[in-house]
Design a protein around this ligand. Sequence first.
Ligand code: ADP
Ligand code: MG
Ligand code: ZN
Length: 615
Amino acid sequence: MKQVEKPKKPLIIYYLIAFIVLILLNWFVFPMFMGSNVREVDYGTFLNMIEERQVSKVQLEGDTIYFMDKSEEPQQYETTTFDDPELVNRLEDAGCEFGRVAQEQMNPILSMLISIVIPVLIFWGLGQLLTKQMMKKMGGGAGGNPFMQFGKSNAKVYVESTTGITFNDVAGEDEAKELLTEIVDFLHNPGKYQEIGAVCPKGALLVGPPGTGKTLLAKAVAGEAGVPFFSISGSEFVEMFVGMGASKVRDLFKQANEKAPCIVFIDEIDTIGKKRDSQGFSGNDEREQTLNQLLTEMDGFDASKGVVILAATNRPDSLDPALLRPGRFDRRIPVELPDLKGREEILKVHARKVKLSDNVDFNVIARAASGASGAELANMVNEAALRAVRDNRKYVTQEDLEESIEVVIAGYQKKNKVLSTKEKLIVSYHEIGHALVAALQTNSAPVTKITIIPRTSGALGYTMQVDEEERNLMSREEIENKIATLTGGRCAEELIFDSVTTGASNDIEQATKLARAMITRFGMSDRFGMVALETQVNPYLGGDSSLSCSPETASTIDDMVVDTVKKAYDKAMNLLRENKGKLHELAKYLYEKETITGEEFMSILNKKEDTEEKN
Ligand code: ADP
Ligand code: MG
Ligand code: ZN
């Protein structure tokens, strides 16, 4: 890098300060030694004063005469004589004390030293000192370049004691923990591995959806390994100036090499690790340089020294392939959304911090919170605790936890939102429509709760269905049933009020997505069979997908999606028509109660069936 000139302005300021200090010294301090308030008078006045016997003490110093008057508060005077042979006589006549001080004949060299050399030296030394200190503060070090600071990585150094997080704080994710334990073990006894000739992986990449505990796992590794832990986020490499990101990478690895064995953790690595463009004009040279530097550094260091690089991302598909090849991030650790058991454990981990009442059953909560990430579960426990505090209770109850699931899923209850009677009635029929269609079909998850209390998310009501067991697969029939259930709300509105509302927009969206996925991704259409027409771009982030087919096929797909949803709609409509009586009764019940449980719902549904059979 080019040597940059030392900044001038600040130095001038320091010189100025020194100068002012000197002047002040001159004004206030030096005169003190001579005695202040010396009044200068001419020789004639002096002689007059002697004659009038006003003078007490006189001191001769070369040509200068200092003397005092005889007043109450003696005033000091100064005057200059020209060789007056009578002076001594006069003084004797006047009867004043007098003496002569030998004039200090200063060595000319010494006086020059004092007046010129010493100030210069003082200034120079002061300047040096300040410059050095400034450089140090700016992080320039030996080079003395204040701009070096921009290139410094500001990776935080965690040591065992500071994170305080161990694998015990991470629930579920057993596979990830197992793989990471091996790395920790390697850092503890590298000899064991070297004996056999095994090389520890240089890097491990934690991949998974947001909130599944990737960052938490990395911190736990730091806590377990008991070695220095450098943690930096990918975005911290992105700098204002080109080349700074690369220089930060260099610095980070330099520090890591000095501290080995240690762990370097790069969070959100996709910020710098995105695929490099092949078209030449990438438009982001800086990022590319940073990535290149990272690749170089990863190749450069010796894994046996014990530097392990961890990284986390939720967009593994967008990473540059060069990062993923063996020798770099050769170990990929999936950190997926927790399963039923995992969710239960995560709830328990977070519930350690709150006081619970005896009736809490985490299994029930975990089942209801299907699809929730670790972060969401942690949030739920906290919401439940907050609710308990709000109600002035000392313990968190099952109801708190159940309500908090809904808070996390649908937002808070909107207490002040008042629905008109008509709207409330429509929402009641809509929700019962969903629930009835779900209940009347086989192979669909049981209804556990129906409510028409508006939520801050905008939902006016909803029907909660919870599977009895964890599901990993869905059959074609189940998807079709689900689409029918989604259309059930709108069906009920149309059947009863003969008009439709905007309330079904979310249902429509979900139903369409499912129907489309059946055809394009799950191979569940007779026409296309097992042909992938769509690829998921980013499975961990919302799962956007992009079509990969001809425009004609795309329009055929659209037609088929419409057909599928329509078929489901007709099915739901038929089910509701056949059970119109139950629909009325349940909707009325929900309208009055606003929230009903799955059991209430089922008991009314079944009771009604009996009476109908009797009629
Ligand atoms: P990300 O995968 O997005 O990096 P984090 O590690 O930041 O997610 O997780 C956020 C929070 O969620 C954690 O601080 C923790 O409280 C909670 N959490 C997530 N996963 C788990 C888990 N497996 N066990 C316990 N807590 C978890
Ligand atoms: Mg994270
Ligand atoms: Zn609906």
